[in-house]
Design a protein around this ligand. Sequence first.
Ligand code: GTP
Ligand code: MG
Length: 201
Amino acid sequence: MQGLGEDLSWVPAHKVATQRFPNERELRLKVCLLGEPSVGKTSLIRRFVHDIFDDAYVETLGAKVSTKELRVRHRSSGVAFHLLLHLWDIAGQHRVDFVTPDHYRGAAGALVAIDLTRRGTLEAVPAWVETFRASAGDVPALLLVNKQDLATQADIAPAVLRRAAQDCGVTPVGTSARTGAGVEEAIRLLLSELLEPHLRA
Ligand SMILES: Nc1nc2c(ncn2[C@@H]2O[C@H](COP(=O)(O)OP(=O)(O)OP(=O)(O)O)[C@@H](O)[C@H]2O)c(=O)[nH]1
Ligand SMILES: [Mg+2]
């Protein structure tokens, strides 16, 4: 599964405005970041979009959309895309009206994040996935097992993680917004799943 993302080649971020692939298809994709408070959703987006990290915690209110422009080419088929990836950073707080089905509607996929030092964040995953899929449908989702830099404080056994991910139909990927480890790989893997139906169109 992990190798799938390697079938995509990317234009590097600093050249994305100028360097194109031949015959690019324009595509906009909405992806929702979900999960319990303080698991690192905002930090993961910040790492991926701006390549920065901040130790301070400021809880997200409602939802915030960040857009990342990407140019990717699927190596085996040669199909290339000019992508606008709309990353919806959704509040982890369970408060009335904080998160509504509108936040999920039209999403092509989801990244559900957990904090590997807090088991409760994994236990909440089925509820997040269920609510999301009730609005967005049965679209691809990955489980971002975040804060891998704190692996010595891990509170989740690998076997428990694998079983929970399988039960929810989400593929687990280890990430650290702090070091950046696994973040691009996770996006690659998700994109390889999201682009698949567009390769034939
Ligand atoms: N060590 C470590 N800390 C992290 C990592 N990712 C996020 N954090 C920290 O965890 C805290 C919460 O991060 P946020 O990104 O704000 O969490 P969130 O999921 O957006 O939280 P809500 O907006 O309340 O839902 C912050 O203090 C971050 O600096 C990581 O990979 N490693
Ligand atoms: Mg946040």
